[in-house]
Design a protein. Structure first.
Lengths: 197, 467
């Protein structure tokens, strides 16, 4: 949520080893009619989680009690498609605080950063390794340290640096949001308008 | 001065301030909003107790969540009705111009912006909708944003953005009969994949682009997001200026001819550098259709579903899952596949040209038995024009009916859903699982390919139906 802080996260993970998971899968359009930001977690991955008649799909990972945690690990190009921020609200509302992939769609990444959900990009080979590891050993713990920009899986001796824009990092560490920053720029914005129009 | 790309020129002239080691504060000339992605942004303003900074730069429409039949009646689905009413009250409260349902200017946000002359060259345009890339066809920077960013624009008319990298796709050669701009973009995405342009802003250039109408150019820019691009861009030329002369309201906007003179210099300088370049020979392209669950999974309509051997090992699970969902087999010919639904419409192909193209194929023929067709104009004006040209009669005679404007079956927020397991040839932009309804199987194609399927009941090569 806007203004949410992120510092260090240590948690077990939920693996979703598919590529190109689009925002229609994360939250189908028919659940976008609400006018508030709350409650979207109930319909996260709705059509994968529940069958046609509304019963839980036992094979889907979120319905498997062995897998839980605050870190979602997904195949490359996560969050592609629609710009709906509801997708981020759904992931966050469900309880995830970070998503790890080898590649995020641009708008999803921006939306995540604006809501305190950390998108962590790691190389594809490590992503595949970690996906297999977590699927086989659901108790695997991952540690994400934003200040140090390090992702760690101690049991597998994996230690990876990750990139983040320094401005966005500062915002997340301190729980600041872009609107406060932009509002502080109002004079400059008005000057720009005067010059241009 | 070193040569600059059109994208750089447009971006740099809109930077209010550059944050040290951070993004740019980008000024937004025009902001479009709709009912689905704006309510939470207005709530944000309320809770901060701040007004809309420049209400005259925002234009609103209701499109995503409205019915396409009986629009004179109240919306029956309660949450949808509340969402549309919330848009009306937010616009009234903040003094924002709204073309709501039944207004003569109502329609899909990316159709009405250009159609009413609000979209012009040399602008920055944003909207809480990924297909905002459509407006790039006018030589303007246009891209989709999230709701937090909608709130930023409402609050300050600016947004914080990191400048993307630049890609140029040069398309040369004459298109064959029956091949349209939809086929060009479906081909490009199939070649570079659904993530092939992530992190880039794409400029489309080349002599093929010069021959295309604004409607056709918008279709290409519209689907830029489907390869992950932040947006697509085409330098304005005489075709652009002629379109603007016909669409800009000269009373509201009297200086259009002077602006056109200025816009003539809006282009990429000779020798400007791009981070990535791609060349396409348009003369070799065929009508395209998708067979999978992302827009990168496209093949020529006379081709076959790729077999498993041609798929990378690490993509195999995703590929199998996709074909399983679609109920199609590796290696099978796509032509002849039975279909159940046809959808003509959306911000990709819901313009007057698209209705003309569809009508030209079905004229004097009959809709195939067992096919349900949803023909949804992109706007009231498109609907009106289609009727003026007698297209509604041609369609009716062939067994089709025109519905009222809206996003409709493209994302199936309203009741225009494709049932589970059914195949739909759709002129929209996304074939994701469940996009057109839970379990729906979408195959993306051009209006003429959709028309050929509608009259034969199977995937057919539209070239056989075009004189």
């Amino acid at each position: 949520m806007p203004g949410a802080k992120f510092t260090i996260l240590e948690s077990t993970c939920v693996p979703l080893p598919f590529e190109n998971i689009d925002t229609d899968q994360i939250i189908p359009a028919r659940y976008l009619s609400a006018t508030s930001r709350e409650g979207f977690g109930d319909n996260l991955f709705r059509d994968w989680r529940y069958g046609k008649t509304g019963e839980s799909e036992r094979d889907f990972i979120l319905n498997n009690p062995r897998y839980k945690g605050e870190i979602l690990i997904a195949g490359k190009n996560f969050g592609c498609g629609s710009s709906r921020e509801h997708a981020v609200w759904a992931v966050y509302d469900y309880g995830f605080r970070a998503v790890v992939s080898s590649f995020f769609a641009d708008i999803f990444r921006n939306n995540s950063l604006n809501n305190g959900l950390l998108p962590v990009v790691i190389p594809e080979e490590y992503l595949q390794k970690i996906l297999v590891l977590v699927q086989n050993e659901p108790e695997t713990v991952m540690k994400i340290d934003l200040e140090k920009q390090v992702l760690e899986v101690p049991s597998a001796h994996i230690l990876l640096d990750f990139e983040i824009n320094p401005y966005k990092k500062e915002c997340l560490l301190k729980g600041l949001d872009d609107i406060d920053y932009l509002l502080s720029m109002k004079d400059k914005i008005a000057q720009y308008e005067k010059k241009k129009y | 001065m070193s040569p600059k790309t059109l994208f750089d020129k447009l971006w740099d002239s809109h930077v209010v301030h550059s944050v040290e080691n951070g993004p740019d504060v980008l000024y937004i000339d025009r902001h479009y909003i709709h009912e689905v992605t704006s309510p939470q942004a207005f709530n944000g303003l309320e809770s901060r107790g701040i007004p809309v900074f420049r209400p005259e730069r925002t234009l609103a429409t209701a499109d995503h969540n409205i019915p396409t039949k009986d629009q004179h009646l109240p919306i029956s689905e309660e949450l949808s009705r509340i969402q549309v009413e919330t848009l009306i009250s937010n616009c009234t409260k903040h003094g924002i111009e709204l073309f709501g349902m039944q207004h003569p200017n109502n329609g899909i946000v990316h159709i009405i912006g250009p159609e009413l002359g609000y979209t012009q060259p040399d602008m920055t345009i944003v909207c809480g909708d990924s297909h905002t890339s459509t407006h790039g066809a006018f030589g303007t920077i246009a891209f989709g944003i999230g709701t937090s960013e909608v709130e930023m624009v409402l609050a300050t008319q600016c947004i914080l953005q990191t400048k993307p990298k630049k890609m140029r796709i040069v398309i040369n050669g004459n298109l064959q009969k029956g091949v349209s701009s939809k086929d060009i973009i479906l081909y490009i995405i199939s070649r570079i994949s659904a993530s092939g342009a992530t992190g880039y802003f794409v400029e489309y250039a080349g002599n093929t682009i010069g021959t295309l109408s604004m409607e056709a150019r918008m279709t290409i820019c519209n689907m830029s997001i489907e390869m992950g691009a932040r947006g697509g861009l085409i330098a304005p030329d005489e075709v652009t200026f002629e379109y603007l002369r016909n669409h800009v309201d000269r009373i509201k906007d009297p200086g259009i001819e002077d602006k056109i003179t200025k816009w003539k210099s809006l282009k990429t300088d000779e020798g400007a550098l791009f981070d990535k370049e791609l060349a396409i020979d348009a003369s070799e392209l065929k009508p395209m259709i998708t067979f999978g669950t992302n827009p990168g999974m496209g093949i020529p309509v006379d081709g076959s579903v790729p077999d498993l051997k041609s798929v990378n090992k690490e993509n195999l699970d995703s590929y199998r899952k996709s074909l399983d969902y679609m109920g199609l087999a590796p290696g099978m010919k796509i032509a002849g596949q039975k279909i159940d639904y046809v959808f003509l419409g959306s911000c990709t192909n819901g313009r007057i040209e698209d209705f003309r193209a569809f009508a030209s194929v079905v004229k004097g023929k009959r809709k195939a038995p067992g096919v349900t067709a949803l023909l949804v104009p992109g706007s009231r004006k498109v609907e009106e024009q289609a009727k003026k040209e007698g297209l509604d009669k041609i369609l009716e005679d062939a067994g089709f009916e025109l519905r009222q404007p809206g996003c409709s079956s493209c994302l199936a927020m309203n009741e225009d859903k494709i049932p589970a397991g059914k195949y739909a040839v759709s002129t929209s932009n996304r074939n994701f699982e469940g996009r057109q309804g839970p379990g729906a199987r979408t195959m993306l194609a051009s209006p003429v390919t959709a028309a050929a399927a509608a009259i034969t009941g199977v995937i057919s090569d539209p070239r056989e139906f075009i004189n």
